[in-house]
Design a protein around this ligand. Sequence first.
Ligand SMILES: Cc1cc2nc3c(=O)[nH]c(=O)nc-3n(C[C@H](O)[C@H](O)[C@H](O)COP(=O)(O)O)c2cc1C
Length: 318
Amino acid sequence: MNLYLAPLHGFTDATFRNAYYRYFEGIDLAVAPFISLTHGEKITRVKVKDLAANVNQLKPVIPQILGNESQHFILLCKYLHEQLGFQEVNWNLGCPINSIVRKKRGSGILPHPGMIDKLLNEIVPAIPLKLSVKLRLGFYNTNEFPPVANVLNSYPLSSVTIHPRLGIQQYEGSVMLDALEEVLPLIRHKVIYNGDIHQYRDFVAVNKRFPQFDDFMLGRGVFINPFLPEQIKTGSHALPADSMMRFKTFYRDLENVEKHSRRLWMSKMKEYWKYFGIFLKIPEATMVQVLRCESPDEWNRLISIILDLGEAPSQFNG
Ligand SMILES: Cc1cc2nc3c(=O)[nH]c(=O)nc-3n(C[C@H](O)[C@H](O)[C@H](O)COP(=O)(O)O)c2cc1C
């Protein structure tokens, strides 16, 4: 089984990936947060800095592209292959952000299978690397999926990652496992499952219902419980005895790097704490203090208290 780290824009960049891999086991490879084609032909160093070889030495990473411009897509693929040595790229057909879907990008392209077909027809023969896609069950409804599956089946994709929600759901509601079960036989490619595996018991449930999945992609679960990939790989929901110490050292490492490389490091850390707070079961009043904190001194005091008092639960219930 391969466990993929999901692309989470603003979360799973190389800084996080490296800090995470140093302290936790279980993830085999990552799909990087998307690179947008909105800047057209211009491929800047900043745009691909997350993918540079020197920041991706610990585990393999697959770049992801968001957009619907075949010529720009092809140019970027060539750059990723020729300049950075990548062998695979992932196409984002799942992003639900309004400003993106309005332009028929991300999950906004799912109601238009003809457009997906035209793009793949132009892109696939022209790129020197393998192509995989990551998508939802549709944008407005799951009836959009069968024609999309038909199109995908006629191209040599290396995998199809399915997050069984609709674009209009954004990240709300629950994953649609009944609908997934219905449409799964339509896909002839290898399918990777993604969505709402946030605790070990979620993995057990999906794995039991869909024994045909070999590979899984984990996103928010890695933040809600950084030990989740290890639990999945070892088949045990018990946390290791030194879990709090490992989390603390990891967190200090991550915060240090963010502090040195980012002006607005505190707002970035607050985003992480929205999930780490769940892991450490931080009381709501303390979370409010963390999220409202503006002063670095106060921040250091608060985080030290949390990390010193914090006690990772000995296990997650089932
Ligand atoms: C803050 C955030 C950023 C995301 N960025 C991306 C992205 O860059 N590319 C992508 O394909 N999906 C992106 N996603 C979707 C996740 O990869 C994943 O499909 C989704 O969170 C469901 O999986 P999970 O429940 O394991 O988190 C993002 C999700 C969140 C919450």
